[in-house]
Design a binder for this molecule. Structure first.
Ligand code: SF4
Length: 330
């Protein structure tokens, strides 16, 4: 399968009052055409910063290095005008809080037609018809009437649907959804997940879902990249990851979530705290929390090693053993 995005040696650093913080360190991964890749990990693992860096949306104290090949472009270091053209047309992002993605002082109509006029060269009437059609496609009831309202006049679930419609207006090659269901109640979460699933079939975009929720991963993804402290620690097809997780952190994440696919006695929370990026431990960043750590782990950082379609960053041997649920790891 062809890659739509190929990221090599991506590093993201921030200047802070306490010195430099490395949020993503030497990351390699690719996104295949039409696939859904889930990026999972605790908050602070660097998940969102990867894509903010690729899209040139880091805060002013942040900077990125490495390469992110998208067609003929390397998105890292691309000038602002070129990135403005790519964002919203070829690559769209849906944020967790719809209000951060919308201008509260402009109607939905104005915000949607502007995208089509700018990126697709449509006239006002054509843009209006296309945008209303997209609202209907994402399940907004009575779309022509909603079209001329302001964001604050819509419910949270409806705002999220509008944001998804805006993201899909130009039929992007890549749709990035950053915690797309976190701010929604359980019923709306299920509806939005079903919507993503249907839209992916209809539009054929490659999708990246950034989430801490393995339920979302199981519902939507074909492949998963597990992040810890700015590093990819495991990349696997979703079924392999759930059946035979290779990294102790992946096992810990799975043991901490309810499983409907197997018998499970208790949930086991992950011990310890996510590491402080300003003071990462030497060696494997997971070693202070890893029940299988040994001497080498405290000194050397394990590289990401690939076997077939799977990769892991851990000194332990590859295992074919299914995850033991409801038990301490492992
Ligand atoms: Fe645990 Fe060592 Fe593997 Fe790190 S390298 S996850 S500390 S066993």
């Amino acid at each position: 399968m062809a890659s739509v995005l190929d990221v090599r040696d991506l590093t993201v650093r921030f200047d802070t009052a306490d010195g430099e913080v490395c949020a993503v360190d030497g990351l390699d991964f690719s996104l295949e055409a039409h696939e859904t890749l889930a990026v999972v990990g605790e908050s602070g693992a660097g998940k969102s910063q990867i894509f903010l860096a690729i899209l040139g949306l880091l805060t002013r104290n942040g900077r990125a290095s490495g390469t992110a090949a998208f067609g003929d472009h390397d998105l890292i270091g691309l000038d602002r005008a070129a990135l403005d053209d790519i964002r919203g047309r070829d690559i769209s992002i849906v944020f967790q809080d719809p209000m951060t993605s919308m201008n509260p002082s402009l109607t939905i109509a104005r915000q949607m037609t502007e995208v089509l006029e700018r990126h697709q060269g449509m006239g006002r009437i054509q843009a209006r018809a296309h945008a209303i059609g997209m609202l209907e496609q994402v399940g907004i009831a009575d779309a022509p009437a909603r079209f001329d309202t302001y964001p604050y006049e819509l419910s949270g679930g409806m705002r999220q649907r509008v944001i998804i419609a805006m993201a899909l207006l130009c039929n992007p090659r890549i749709l990035i959804a950053d915690e797309p269901t976190t701010s929604l109640d359980v019923t709306l979460q299920a509806q939005i997940l079903a919507l993503f699933h249907d839209l992916k079939q209809a539009f054929g975009s490659a999708v990246v879902v950034i989430t801490h929720d393995l339920g979302v991963v199981a519902t939507l993804a074909q492949r998963v990249m597990v992040m810890y402290a700015g590093y990819a620690v495991e990349i696997s097809p979703v079924d392999d990851l759930f059946d035979t997780p290779q990294h102790p952190y992946t096992r810990a994440l799975l043991n901490a979530m309810p499983r409907v696919d197997r018998e499970q006695s208790t949930l086991v929370p992950i011990t310890g705290q996510p590491p402080n990026l300003e003071r990462l431990p030497p060696g494997c960043p997971f070693h202070p929390r890893c029940p299988q750590a040994f001497e080498r782990c405290r000194i050397e950082r394990p590289p990401l090693e690939t076997r077939g379609v799977r990769s892991k960053a851990c000194f332990l041997d590859w295992t074919a053993a299914p995850v033991a649920t409801g038990q301490a790891v492992p």
